[in-house]
Design a protein around this ligand. Structure first.
Ligand code: NAD
Length: 526
């Protein structure tokens, strides 16, 4: 145990460390998880009790679809209603507990997650098919997220502030209050960090939670639930309901839900805005973080090695299944040829395969539906006169039991083609060229999304112009570790502009937590 605790953390800032000890230990934990922890029954959790009343389903492991991640239970509207009723009944007591106690419980949950971080990371790797480093980094991020928001609550004194007095007999102050019951609805691709971040903010703020993970991510959803329950949250404060769109829709339709924290696709998030946010007698908060179509601009003055490394990592890391994936590269026409030669060579050298192995960079796509989207996108590209580099669908061995593809780089598409504009969520990079950076940024901005953007330039004026005009909430310049990806609590905030988010404040920063509360002013005459 002591030896394991002494291993370096896989975080944003220590990527250059020697991780051989981490790999040795993690390899054993992955094998143990694969052999002994998959295929088990993983109940929902309602009102302080485990519950198996929904429709049972097995979630396939994307690495090898012959393996079941576990047996889960899609909660019906009746079970969802029971979970919401339990959350509503528990909310008054949870609020009355006071924020210092809630913060202490959150920190305990972070400690429990830290104690099991290799096991939870192994579950995440097997569930999403992400690489070892991505899986470990995600769990470290989840731990830091909980601690970060706990510290924010404390630093803000529970968001209570004395106000000025117009009269000496008057006592006035301002306080942020919880809404009541929050639904937390999460996507498949960062199932630990995003679920932990949304849930812990709702909880610390004094709301109770009904949490619905992605139907593909019930395993980590249950492990996270165990950490929260194990920390000592009172009965009904945190409830887990598994299932897909139907369960999510039943949750969003429940009149006793007071707010939704959602991360997922644009279509689903916007529907919640319309139907839940503005569909009742009064507006209700929908804190939605949604998709992206994130451009990278490589200017004539760019350092090519840095740019190739950053574009490769952001376009194809986690199989392109990141909201922040750099899915469109704008290349200055003077370097486009050289850049593509190098990027093509680097992309054809990345290891695609079983992410349980330490050298694998690209694991499987999440599902057969994602594979069909990949093949369909390739067909569309070719039909429009585009040239595809890579993009092979692999077969043989493990590849016959999962969706393994080589990343695709597509050039020569018409400038107005939908593949430049729509989120694909695949290892699929489209390339556009430019002669004027300002014009390229205008073209890159002309999409419904506004999540992340990156630039490579050695020119200070070009950098300034990018920072001033790029329409996205997260900007990066000259990063070899990722052109448009990578964020850590307290280091990069993560706010989706335009169709990438419904709020004006994103996660990982100081302004996210207060969105889970509403303001109340108190004036008391003494
Ligand atoms: P998704 O929208 O298909 O599903 C997200 C969640 O919503 C799942 O739990 C799903 O079961 C649920 N859901 C689906 N239909 C619903 C409905 N009608 N009512 C209620 N709930 C419903 O997304 P996904 O495929 O799991 O994840 C990928 C998407 O998430 C991408 O668009 C990606 O860009 C986005 N994402 C955004 C961020 C961010 O921070 N902006 C981070 C990660 C992922």
């Amino acid at each position: 145990m002591n030896d394991v605790a002494a291993l370096p953390r896989v975080t944003y800032s220590n990527i250059a460390e020697d991780f051989s000890g981490v790999h040795a230990h993690f390899g054993k934990v992955i094998a143990e998880m694969r052999d002994r922890q998959l295929g088990l029954e993983r109940p929902n959790h309602l009102g302080g009790r485990d519950n198996t009343e929904g429709t049972a389903y097995d979630a396939p492991c994307p690495i090898d679809r012959r393996l079941s991640l576990g047996r889960f239970f899609a909660a019906s509207p009746a079970e969802v209603d029971r979970a919401v009723t339990a959350a509503k009944a528990a909310q008054r007591g949870w609020r009355a507990l006071g924020w210092p106690r809630r913060v202490a419980l959150a920190r305990k949950a972070a400690d429990l997650l830290e104690a099991q971080k290799f096991e939870v990371a192994a579950a995440c790797l097997l569930e999403v098919g992400k690489s070892r480093m991505e899986a470990l980094g995600e769990v470290e991020e989840a731990i830091d997220l909980i601690r970060f928001y706990a510290a924010e609550m404390e630093a803000s004194n529970g968001f209570r502030r004395d106000l000025a007095r117009a009269n000496p007999r008057e006592e006035t102050f301002d306080v942020l209050r919880p809404y009541g019951v929050f639904a937390v609805i999460a996507p498949f691709n960062f199932p630990v960090a995003l679920s932990a971040g949304m849930s812990i903010c709702a909880l610390i703020a004094g709301n109770t939670v009904v949490f619905k993970p992605s139907p593909m991510a019930g395993l980590t959803g249950r492990l996270l639930t165990d950490c929260l329950i194990g920390a000592g949250l009172p009965e009904g404060v945190f409830n887990l309901v598994c299932g897909g769109a139907e369960t999510g829709a039943a949750l969003a339709a429940n009149p006793d839900v007071d707010g939704i924290a959602f991360t997922g696709s644009h279509a689903v998030g916007m529907r919640m805005m319309r139907e839940f946010g503005a569909g009742g007698s009064h507006a209700r908060p929908v804190l939605a973080e949604m998709g992206g179509k994130n451009p990278t601009y490589v200017a004539a003055s760019a350092d090519l090695d840095t740019a190739v490394s950053g574009v490769l990592r952001s376009a194809f890391g986690l199989q392109g299944q990141k909201c922040s994936a750099g899915s469109v590269a704008f290349l200055h026409e003077t370097l486009a040829g050289a850049f593509l030669d190098r990027l093509g060579a680097a992309a054809s050298a990345v290891v695609v395969g079983d992410p349980c192995e330490r050298e694998t960079f690209i694991g499987p796509l999440i599902s057969q539906a994602a594979l069909e989207r990949f093949e369909n996108s390739l067909r569309q590209a070719r039909a429009a006169g585009g040239t595809v580099l890579g993009g092979e669908v692999l077969s043989g061995g493990l590849c016959d039991h999962g969706a393994y593809v080589r990343p695709a780089i597509v050039t020569g598409l018409p400038d107005d083609h939908a593949l430049h504009r729509d989120e694909l969520f695949l290892p699929f990079l489209t390339v556009r060229t430019f002669s004027d950076l300002g014009d390229a940024i205008r073209r890159g901005n002309a999409v419904p999304y506004g999540l992340t953007a990156g630039v490579y330039t050695g020119d200070a004026a070009e950098l300034e112009s990018f920072l001033e005009t790029a329409e996205a909430g997260v900007l990066y310049a000259n990063r070899a570790s990722g052109a448009t990806t990578g964020a850590w609590p307290g280091i990069q905030t993560f706010c989706g502009w335009k169709g990438s988010g419904t709020g004006s404040k994103g996660g990982l920063g100081a302004w996210y937590l207060p969105q889970f509360m509403r303001e109340q002013s108190h004036t008391i005459m003494r």
